[in-house]
Design a binder for this molecule. Structure first.
Ligand code: TXA
Ligand code: MG
Length: 313
């Protein structure tokens, strides 16, 4: 796909959605808006379309993709949903939650989507443009975050244009992502549940419905997105900084001021929504180092600190 022209930007109206749908139906790659981050989408039931996702991202093929759907019936056709899954789906879908569930045979997506695992990751996004798009299909869309593998995730269409602009056919413009960090990934095991990636749905939210999580050592292989280095801005990142040093671009929070701030009022939802935009600005800044103010660990802070630790690794 090397010599491709820059992606068309499609407006978030009926015409733009129809164009995106037509490209996707034909097996092409389209960057799509969700409430968390932009996704690099292709139909999940076509070998070539899914292979194109891995190629465009430079993603290792052992790292499985999330399948995105509009209807609970589609989830039931792809996976085994028990009573816990139905309770979570009722509470948090459509929304920023991904469930890792046992696959239902025969597998309804191509094997590359699950990377050969006996489980499949499913999500029903709430972004109205993405929902309108998904409602046009009877197949799921596989979509990882629309960034080159290992780099900062995209929370705005410009971010996609910068990193994958000549590797996708189009970008459906849904504006800035309101949540700003990727969905919470929850694995439902026979003996309990586990958060594989913290996100907008917090551990407390899930515990309120299912009781406390499994007490196990998290294995890193099963959610390869949990690899230590990820979301990398291409320069060193110093965390828990109270004040910028002379060579640092400072990302502030609350009372700690900066060149930019995640949230002047110390609001964690605002900080999550602004996180990747601030990291992109830090990556583009002239200073060789990025410093980030301390972020509390409660609620959404767990997801923000998880991403920051990986950006700094
Ligand atoms: O918010 C999101 O989840 C965004 C938007 C576009 O929906 N997508 C996203 O995709 O973050 P990606 O590919 O960047 O991250 C998906 C994560 C990866 O860490 C992958 O390893 C994990 O989901 N995953 C996928 N299938 C899995 C499975 N069967 N078991 C465990 N982890 C799985
Ligand atoms: Mg990602």
């Amino acid at each position: 796909m090397g010599g491709k022209h820059t992606a068309d930007i499609l407006p978030p109206d009926a015409g733009g959605i129809a164009q995106a749908a037509e490209l996707l139906r034909a097996g092409r790659l389209v960057a799509v808006p969700t409430e968390t981050v932009y996704g690099l989408a292709a139909r999940a039931d076509r070998v070539e379309a899914v292979a194109a996702i891995y190629r465009a991202k430079g993603r290792p093929d052992f790292n499985p993709l999330i399948s995105h759907l509009a209807q609970i019936e589609q989830a039931e056709a792809l996976a085994m949903l028990d009573e816990r899954a139905m309770r979570l789906a009722d509470a948090f879908w459509p929304g920023p939650m991904t469930l890792v569930l046992p696959v239902r045979e025969p597998l309804g997506v191509v094997p590359a989507v699950t990377a050969g695992l006996p489980t499949i990751a499913l999500r029903m996004p709430s972004h109205p443009v993405m929902r309108a798009l998904l409602q046009q299909f009877d197949f799921p869309l596989a979509a990882p975050s629309a960034n080159r593998s290992g780099f900062i995730s995209p929370s705005r269409p410009e971010h996609v244009l910068q990193s994958l602009g000549n590797r996708v056919d189009a970008i459906l413009d849904g504006g800035p992502c309101v949540q700003g960090v990727e969905s919470t990934i929850i694995a439902l095991r026979p003996d309990g549940w586990q958060i594989l990636r913290p996100g907008p749905i917090t551990q407390e939210d899930v515990s309120a419905l299912l009781g406390p999580p499994l007490q196990v050592e998290t294995d890193t292989i099963e959610a390869p997105g949990q690899m230590t280095s990820h979301y990398a801005p291409g320069k060193p990142v110093r965390l828990h900084a109270e004040q910028a040093r002379s060579d640092e671009f400072m990302i502030g929070f609350g009372l700690v001021a900066g060149d930019v701030t995640l949230s002047e009022t110390g609001d964690l939802a605002e900080a999550a929504a602004r996180l990747y935009q601030c990291l992109h600005e830090g990556a583009a800044a002239s200073q060789p180092v990025i410093a980030v103010a301390p972020i509390p660990q409660h609620g959404l802070g767990a997801a923000i600190n998880d991403r920051l630790r990986r950006a700094a690794a």
